[in-house]
Ligand binder design. Structure first.
Ligand code: PEP
Ligand code: MN
Length: 353
């Protein structure tokens, strides 16, 4: 249920109402929008009559029922106003959101050594990326495949952050690593395989680093939004949704099926910012540029692109990684589309190294 307050509602009245809703056994959440204050009510509201709630204060404009199973993640919960995920990085704060410039996240699948991560960071930064991605803990299908360098790779990410000033996005697989990882990560990634690891979602929801929630490879959009709801319900409002391709009947020529229709679908259902990962989405670097361009045209708020200084030698996901040179070129191409969509801040000429 959402309680929309009239413009100019006194702060004391908002506080009084919050206390009243608490006394009814509900969990009120104050949402301050650009124009109005809304109180989100989650709890046993099924039996409640919106008209009865309306009588609680003359300052209530309307009371609306959120029919969707995901309440806090729903577009209605914020009265249609998109949320902004603001991340502070050494180079300044970066905002993910519908009315903000497109944010590009780039870097290798795994952090392999200091030289490669620092080189990649500097190259992707020069091309216009705002975040460096790189896995320290890798979720690999085979237990015999490279598992990531773990904690020591976090140290290398910290070094790359210091040298480049880029924000860091890296994946958390085990709650036991949360504290150490959060010291380095500006945004914590929850990977496709852990999208429904509910205890992990509750833990990252109970801390305040922003979360990048990748879509599970067989997850419906509703399951994905319910996973986001776990994080929001635990108290962390900063969630970015990343589409990274889903399993369909056909994986012969592309690793996954990149669901670009998820962009307008999510836009209509949720206020959360959207990211597209065409690297895992296709599994082949050759297909990354067209899907990245299409994602911008379809209205994504951000992109995640795998870049490796020597993809042929990469310890994971080499076939889908762009070289820094190809990434430079791609950024110049994307700038044209980004500018046309009114979502770019780096001028094409400046994108060249
Ligand atoms: C990754 O980003 O390297 C990764 C493992 O992604 P996903 O969870 O989408 O497979
Ligand atoms: Mn990868």
């Amino acid at each position: 249920m959402i309680v929309v307050l009239k413009v100019g509602s006194p702060e004391a009245e908002v506080e009084r109402l919050t206390q009243e809703f608490l006394s009814w056994g509900l969990s009120p959440e104050k949402i301050i929008g650009k124009h109005k204050v809304v109180i989100g009510l989650v709890g046993e509201t099924v039996e409640m009559d919106p008209l009865q709630i309306q009588e609680a204060s003359p300052w209530i404009e309307e009371v609306l029922r959120v029919e969707k199973p995901y309440k806090r993640a729903s577009r209605e919960y914020r009265q249609g106003e998109p949320s902004e995920v603001i991340v502070s990085t050494p180079n300044g704060s970066v905002t993910f959101g519908e009315h903000h410039p497109l944010v590009v996240v780039a870097g290798p699948c795994s952090v392999e050594n200091e030289e490669m991560i620092v080189e990649t960071a500097l190259r992707v930064k020069a091309a216009g990326a705002k975040f460096l991605r790189g896995g320290a803990f890798k979720p690999r299908t085979s237990p015999y495949a490279f598992q990531g360098h773990g904690e020591s790779a976090l140290g290398l990410l910290a070094r790359a952050r210091e040298v480049s000033g880029l924000g860091i996005i890296t994946e958390l697989m085990d709650a036991a690593d949360l504290e150490t990882l959060a010291e380095v990560a500006d945004v914590i990634q929850i990977g496709a395989r852990n999208m429904q690891n509910f205890s992990l979602l509750k833990k990252v929801g109970a801390q305040d680093k922003p979360i990048l929630l990748k879509r599970g490879m067989s997850a419906t959009i509703e399951e994905w939004l319910m996973a986001a709801e776990y994080i929001l319900a635990a108290g962390n409002p900063n969630v970015i949704l990343c589409e990274r391709g889903i399993r369909t009947f056909d994986n012969k020529y592309a690793r996954n099926t990149l669901d670009l229709a998820a962009i307008p679908v999510l836009r209509s259902l949720t206020h959360l910012p959207i990211m597209i990962d065409p690297s895992h989405g296709t599994g082949k670097w050759e297909y990354v540029p067209s899907m990245a361009a299409a994602a911008i045209a379809a209205g994504t708020d951000s992109l995640m692109i795998e870049v490796h200084p020597n993809p042929k030698k990469a310890l994971s996901d080499g076939p889908q990684s762009l070289t820094p040179e190809r990434f430079d070129l791609l950024m110049q191409e994307l700038a044209v589309i980004g500018n046309a969509m009114g979502r770019w801040i780096v001028e094409p000429a400046m994108a060249a190294v």
